[in-house]
Design a binder for this molecule. Structure first.
Ligand code: FAD
Length: 314
């Protein structure tokens, strides 16, 4: 991991920085670019506009991660449930993304799993626009096995749960082989938590690992099992290779999707949609924007200028 990435992850996790940033600029330019609304209603309005104007779908994510306080955990769960209900009412996909460390896993696995089931049940009842999923985000390696176990538990309970896997991790193909046999959805990302001992080394190798994993996700076996592949990347070179592979293997463009972060490469989101592919944006909402936004700086140092503006002129 580079010093820059280590620094941004440490800044993201710092409670002191989080408090200071919230006080300094509740809706800074960095937050405005990457956050889709301050509350559920605003986020649903953003999702409606994306669908109606651009035909782009959304997955709502209530901001907050690595939360140990029981009151804050309950608040996060209530926000996710409200999001499911509001999305269903608006006729949008009841699609939410959830960090296990936001909903109880910092307290105990049992609490986290119980809360995940509550969100999954709310989502099932919301009966939104058709592609209704609760997708588990994948955080650092310390919680990886527990996140995979949670995914299996939710599927066994008959809940529409998807999982995020990180291509940079050498172990990912093992998890993929099980997942593609299920009627589940898997979101493949490069991975935002680098760990040298567990990862492929270097950008080229990680990109190749992404394509190798994509090939498994677009296999005949996956197609036959009703598996729904999601490619979470802004990398147009990778997307081009995936589109070519999907065409060659007979996948119709509406049998999988590309997902990108709200505010990142909107031009490319529209271009892919224009080509007839399903595009979803991961749409964060809420006030705890600092850890999420600083991670975007870690992914692209050019976002640092937005941060600088937040600190000086907002
Ligand atoms: P890159 O090679 O990093 O980027 C490709 C292009 O997009 C480059 O031009 C780059 O400059 C541009 N770009 C990428 N990110 C940004 C940005 N923030 N701002 C401006 N330009 C940018 N990671 C996890 O570890 N766990 C998760 O659960 C997780 N969930 C995700 C969900 C979605 C929908 C997405 C899209 C990403 C998620 N990530 C997650 C983050 C992911 O792991 C990568 O860190 C991030 O997507 C950057 O990788 P990339 O594939 O876009 O490729």
């Amino acid at each position: 991991m580079s010093l820059f990435q280590r620094t941004t992850i440490a800044l993201a996790r710092s409670p002191t920085m989080g408090r200071a940033m919230r006080a300094l600029a509740a809706r800074s330019s960095l937050a405005r670019r990457f956050v889709g609304g301050a509350d559920v209603d605003a986020a649903v309005q953003t999702a409606l506009r994306l669908r109606d104007v651009h035909g782009i779908r959304a997955s709502l994510f209530y901001l907050g991660e690595y939360v140990a306080d029981p009151v804050a955990i309950e608040h996060n769960v209530a926000q996710a449930i409200d999001a499911c209900n509001a999305l269903g009412k608006a006729g949008l996909d009841a699609h939410v993304s959830v960090d296990p460390t936001a909903i109880g896993y910092m307290e105990s696995d049992a609490r986290g799993a119980e809360n995940a089931r509550r969100i999954g049940n709310a989502l099932r009842q919301a009966a939104g626009g058709g592609r209704d999923w609760m997708v588990l985000d994948m955080e650092d390696s310390g919680i990886r096995d527990r996140t995979c176990a949670l995914h299996r538990d939710l599927l066994e309970a008959g809940l529409p749960a998807g999982l995020t896997l990180q291509a940079r991790r050498r172990r990912t193909p093992e998890d993929l082989v099980w997942a593609i046999q299920q009627r589940t959805s898997l979101r493949l990302v490069k991975g935002a938590f680098p760990e040298r001992a567990l990862d492929h080394a270097g950008r080229e190798r990680i990109d190749q690992a992404y394509l190798d994993a994509a090939s498994i996700m677009l296999s005949r076996e996956a197609q036959e099992s009703g598996f729904y592949p999601v490619f979470g990347t802004h990398d147009d070179r990778l997307a081009g290779a995936i589109m070519a592979l999907a065409r060659a293997r007979g996948w119709s463009p509406d049998a999988f999707e590309f997902e990108m972060l709200y505010g990142v490469r909107p031009d490319w989101q529209l271009a892919l949609r224009g080509l007839g592919y399903n595009v979803r944006v991961y749409l964060p909402f809420g006030g705890d924007w600092w850890p999420y936004a600083i991670r975007r700086v870690g992914e692209n140092p050019r976002n640092a200028w937005l941060l600088a503006r937040s600190l000086t002129s907002d």
